[in-house]
Design a protein around this ligand. Structure first.
Ligand code: E4P
Length: 218
């Protein structure tokens, strides 16, 4: 399973990359705004900066909602760097644009997916990735992880190549559950990834090994 980090924070991206287990990055307009990255030129430069830190798929989201402008924006994003994945919202013009990008060889990430039907449409349009938002479904008392399982089954039934990118992952159990189901990718905060490292028996075991070594070796 691939690990993407869901942030526009360059320090966090660098920390995750240095860990050696990071495969890619997802961003969205809210994450860009959170880092104070505003203005078209600055936003485009920020994507390039991210591409220079991580050698893997970097999702860059369009903000247009009509077909013609999604195409213009997506083509400009795709030209920034070979690793850019054009992130397109799950709307009618977005699905049309994904089909267009697929035929042009431009990779896409269909975002804001909350149902199996939407995931099926993204796959039929040829999306490279589909992003079901696990955490936001959980937030409204709906089974986010259940949706990942449902999409996995549908894609496997027909051999769709679209990769399931479980998004809005909030904690380590989301990551483990996604891995059990066979999600292709998860994207979440650095904290969720780092939390996978923790176990109290590791801490106490290491403390004992080190103290026993010290006793014998001074
Ligand atoms: C998807 O790519 C989104 O950027 C993201 O995962 C949304 O997560 P959130 O619900 O934590 O904002």
């Amino acid at each position: 399973m691939k690990f993407f980090i869901d942030t526009a924070n360059l320090a966090e991206i660098t920390e995750a990359a240095n860990l050696g287990v990071l495969d890619g990055v997802t961003t969205n307009p809210s994450l860009m705004a959170k880092e104070g990255i505003t203005g078209k030129d600055r936003i485009l430069q920020h994507y390039v900066d991210i591409c220079n830190i991580v050698d893997g798929p970097i999702s860059a989201e369009v903000i247009s909602t009509d077909f013609e402008n999604i195409i213009l924006e997506g083509e400009a994003l795709a030209q920034l760097h070979p690793n850019i994945i054009v992130k397109v919202p799950m709307i009618k013009d977005g699905v049309r644009a994904i089909k267009y990008f697929t035929e042009k060889g431009i990779k896409t990430n269909c975002t804001l997916v909350f149902s199996a039907g939407q995931a099926l449409m993204a796959a039929k349009a040829g999306a490279t990735y589909v992003s079901p938002f696990v955490g936001r479904l959980d937030d409204i008392s709906t089974d986010g992880i259940g949706l990942i399982a449902q999409i996995r089954k549908i894609y496997d039934n027909y051999g769709y190549k679209t990769q399931i990118l479980a998004a809005s992952v909030r904690h380590p159990m989301h990551i483990i559950q996604c891995a059990e189901i066979g999600s292709d990718v998860i994207t979440g905060p650095l904290s969720a990834m780092l939390a996978l490292l923790n176990h109290p028996l590791t801490d106490s075991g290491l403390a004992k090994f080190l103290s026993d070594y010290k006793k014998g070796n001074g």
